[in-house]
Design a protein around this ligand. Sequence first.
Ligand SMILES: [Zn+2]
Length: 459
Amino acid sequence: MNRRELLQSGTLVLLLGTAQIARGATILAVRVWPAPDYSRVTIESDGHLATKQLFVPSPPRLAVDIEGIELNPALRELVAKVKPDDPNIAGIRVGQFAPNVVRLVIDLKLPITPQVFALDPVAAYQHRLVLDLYPTQAADPLAALIAERLKDKEAAAAPAAPASAARPHDPLGDLIAQQTRKSTAPASPASAPVSGASGAATTRPEGQNQPQTSGNGKTERLIIVALDPGHGGEDPGAIGPGGTREKDVVLRLAHRLRERINATTINGNPMRAYLTRDADFFVPLHVRVNKARQVKADLFISLHADAFYTPRPQGASVFALSQSGASSSAARWMAAKENKADLIGGLNVKAKDAHVQRMLFDMSTTAQINDSLKLGNTMLKEIGRVGKLHKAQVEQAGFAVLKAPDIPSVLVEAAFISNPEEETKLNSDAYQEQLADALMRSIEGYFARNPPLARSRSV
Ligand SMILES: [Zn+2]
């Protein structure tokens, strides 16, 4: 392009720019985050977008009119960004519906309860219009875990005995029934087999999930460890100098730890890992806590990777909740940083459940914190055998994600992703394996001293 053409196109851009400011906003980027829990479509723009929406139940589709914009290539990209295996979205159509009005039609695979909301600019993002598509019939995570365990048992005890004898007063059966009644998932918990967050097929509790019994007819106590891979979706977490994203390495670590947990029994009771997210999508902090409580988890372990402005800091840290201020200014800073995840990930603050649930989780207990400190200390000891420690003691601060009042909860910063050497380690299979082994040993060590059966459960 010569100088004259450049000048001309410059003028053209200038004219277009003026025209667009007069009309409204320009679409900068579009993103789709598919997950069994819900699928999200994000439209990022340089100004606030006014919308009108209409949900059509049959066949299920959501029409959204965005006013004050023209169809542009960024917006057209949405069509190709939907993956065939998206659990909720069948496809997206876009068109210029009227001058200055673009219509999106999202064709859905199942009935959906949509949440459409706007987010103000934050961190690296400009204005975001968010379309969250929740299955109207939410999956039941506890039923999924139990179904998964049953499948394993049947496979192990082939030829499988027919699971037909219902035991109406079995505690596990009651637990499932209670879970169904108490479910506070964003969408109403009705009955349909939907793929659960753990990736397992969900079966309905009523009559289909038989309580498990061991050979002598004694009921098994399923020991559930909630693993909480930090960040996800719009929130990448910390990013290393080589471009490694915290949300990716911690999900891989969670998968490795899940394998180990699912292969372990404690005093004859089988263990199961439950992941608060098993894909790349945003889960609000209070929802992570709520999910762990829904499955009545015995432990909650949030997995993260640390970052600092300079490359030198290194080593792992473990945090527990604090009732009376942070144990150090570094811990306070870290909690404030992690608590920002909702802002970046994109929380719908107007959603009914958000406020109430966050209030509920402000009732931390001394017993929970004491148990968390025990777990944390065991973890530091075990992680110290395979890698460096940033702090030799468990630190405490007001982490929102550690606020389940009845579940010992720790947050592990596995290493500093901002340190080039540790970024490489976090990416390496060998170190991930070592870390997962260390975390598994600490879980077993904790249960050896604090048997899960001795702990009373508030249901
Ligand atoms: Zn983090």
